[in-house]
Design a protein around this ligand. Sequence first.
Ligand code: DLL
Length: 432
Amino acid sequence: MSPDCFSPAETMSRAEIESLQLAKLKKEIDYCIANNAEYSRRLGEAGITSDKIKTLSDIKYLPFITKKDMHSTYPFGFFGQPMKKITRIHASSGTTGKPTVIGYTARDLDDWAECMARLAYAGGAREDDIFQICFGYGLFTGALGLHYALEKIGSTVIPASSGNTEKQLMLMEDFGTTGLVSTPSYAEYIGELAREKGIIDKLKLRIGLLGSEGCTPEMRTHIETSLGIFVTDNYGMSELGGPGVSGECEFRDGMHINEDFYYCEIIDSATGEVLPEGEQGELVVTTLSKEGFPMLRYRTGDITRLVKDTCKCGRTFARMDKIKGRSDDMLKIRGVNVFPSQIESVLMTYPQIAPHYQLVVTRKNYSDRLEVRVELADASLLEHFAKLEELQISIHDHLKTILGIDTTISLVEPKSLERFQGKAKRIVDNRQ
Ligand code: DLL
């Protein structure tokens, strides 16, 4: 039975995918050398031309591009076309310093909508859906990325942007919104407010296309129960054009990569060596037909794993696991690597606490201390000292088994921690 896909490309055989990737990779290398001085210099120094690439694994001879290279070539150093051919510009949020600036030609915009439409369709979006896009519109790629993809599918789009959550709920109720697009943390907050206002039964929401930040399976279940929706995870990054790199289908057994547009590798972050299929490491991505902002071997900093067997849905594109974390998000506590997602998974198993937490790292006498602040679900527990202490010890011990280090657990009042309308910022590192 042929699967229900947006594009026939999604069911190519592995041999077809790889031969297409090889042909496109060689073309992309030629394109970069011909159209961008930075690439022409870098690849010239490395002695690379497309003739040197005989198999896909020969990509290992190309130098990596890192975030640092983005900064040193700011703003347009990696653009593959002059400004008159650039139709749109986006930029990464860049909390410190200058953002990374991305240019799209008209064809790039079409390809972007195609890639994201496939993933939205795989996640369940259909023509008769009404999608409320609660990502911030602006330089961020999330909102417009989903916007054009969902229009391409034929869904109705409400460009609500993020924030003003009471109004979001009013629109959802009045317009009969069936699909939500947001970060998981904003979805969590929308659910919390909808319940508080007693309007959850009036909403017609059925699916959520979430992404742009990590979300453990436990947090996802919480969001699904709270809003009564089916959630899929979507991955992408500004440097690669935004959302549309990979996303889950209904089976949620990894995020399908649009392999005819992106070639993915997993490397050992420390040595830069390419790791065998199935091993976990840093994701490196090469765009295969970008004109405005081609990226050859971009080091994403994201930690994941790739699998290439055919999914239960019938799609043949390789899948990547949920992102375990960013290599630069990983906390090193007294020499031990700690991913916030490991902590979230533990916290979400306790019904007594709400899915809101903050990780505060401090250093005293040359020793790191990790405080996990967690909100109680119900304030009445604050009056039962013995129960509080029991809960604290239980979380502490559970985390110790998983992480191998001691943490300080602070149970705080309900609704006292910050809520997020975009990506959550849960780590406060006071060590610097
Ligand atoms: O977040 C693009 C995007 C928008 C993806 C909407 C999905 C949906 P940036 O702001 O450049 O771009 O952030 C990219 O966010 O390197 C990851 O660390 C993280 N990230 C993105 N999607 C996921 C996800 C957009 N599904 C950075 N799971 C990436 C975990 C994610 N982390």
